[in-house]
Design a protein around this ligand. Structure first.
Ligand code: NAD
Length: 248
């Protein structure tokens, strides 16, 4: 049991077919108690109930600082501590760069990037006081290759921003025993892209993946497990690709 006695917060885990829920289930299997924070409050409660009676589902909009603080306070009053934060909530939009307007830009930056800052800030005082903690943030291969799959340029920019934010947090929090790392998944089959990939596009994408398959949520959950656990005790400011070899 890699996470026995640990308390984890995972954002964006209300959808049971998503990466966040696969991560929550994996953490529970490894002994953790989990709090799912999601914009979809009912979904978060249902997902937590599916994990068992010891877990929490809380409505939280990660773009709202006060909402993040309220949700984290709720977790602390139930769990007493937070050892792990998985910043997983995110949205995408397939759009060409010439069509992105200010509202599109702001929405994508707010959820994917500002949300990582606000939720991390809400959890930080508890981890710093405990002199330990692991924060893992969701970026994307889109940050590394400039999109080209489903997200627009604003999504690539936000996910690239996550890499810089995570490195800066890793540098500043290291002295307090708090580690911060990122994952950069390739194309993972979830609701975010369900029904949006034509057979032709799928064939084209597979041709660029040496392992010759799309990813599944468990592929990413396993890496979050590594980053959350003491197996990665000497890793901070790192980024782990989970993409089947797409960037070789
Ligand atoms: P998903 O749609 O199942 O998960 C996203 C979750 O985020 C949803 O539960 C949604 O309700 C929640 N959410 C959206 N806005 C929110 C907000 N403002 N506050 C709180 N929660 C909010 O899709 P997924 O594929 O599991 O995505 C999880 C993460 O992985 C996202 O950050 C996504 O950008 C990233 N990602 C996905 C892929 C992929 O191919 N699926 C690849 C790389 C990165």
């Amino acid at each position: 049991m890699l996470l026995k006695g640990k308390f984890a917060v995972i954002s964006g885990a209300a959808g049971v077919r998503g990466i966040g829920f696969a991560t929550a289930r994996t953490f529970v299997e490894q002994g953790a108690r989990v709090a799912i924070l999601d914009l979809d409050a009912d979904g978060a409660r249902r997902a937590a109930a599916e994990l068992g009676p010891d877990h929490l589902g809380i409505g939280c909009n990660v773009t709202n600082k006060a909402d993040c603080e309220r949700a984290v306070a709720q977790v602390i009053s139930a769990f007493g501590r937070i050892d792990i934060l998985i910043n997983n909530a995110g949205i995408t939009q397939a759009i060409k760069v010439w069509d992105i307007d200010e509202a599109n830009w702001d929405r994508i930056q707010d959820v994917n990037l500002k949300g990582v800052l606000f939720l991390s800030q809400a959890v930080m005082p508890h981890m710093r006081a405990a002199k330990s903690g692991s924060i893992a943030c969701m970026s994307s291969v889109s940050a590394q290759r400039g999109g080209g799959i489903l997200g627009g340029a604003h999504y690539s920019a936000a996910k690239a921003g996550v890499l810089g934010l995570a490195k800066a947090m890793a540098r500043e929090l290291g002295g307090d025993g708090v580690r911060v790392n990122c994952v950069t998944p390739g194309l993972i089959q979830t609701d975010i892209n369900a029904g949006k990939i034509s057979d032709e596009k799928r064939t084209e994408i597979l041709a660029g993946i040496p392992l010759n398959r799309l990813g599944v949520p468990q592929d990413v959950a396993n890496v979050f497990l590594f980053l959350a656990s003491d197996l990665s005790a000497y890793l901070t400011g790192n980024t782990i690709d989970v993409n089947g070899g797409m960037l070789i």
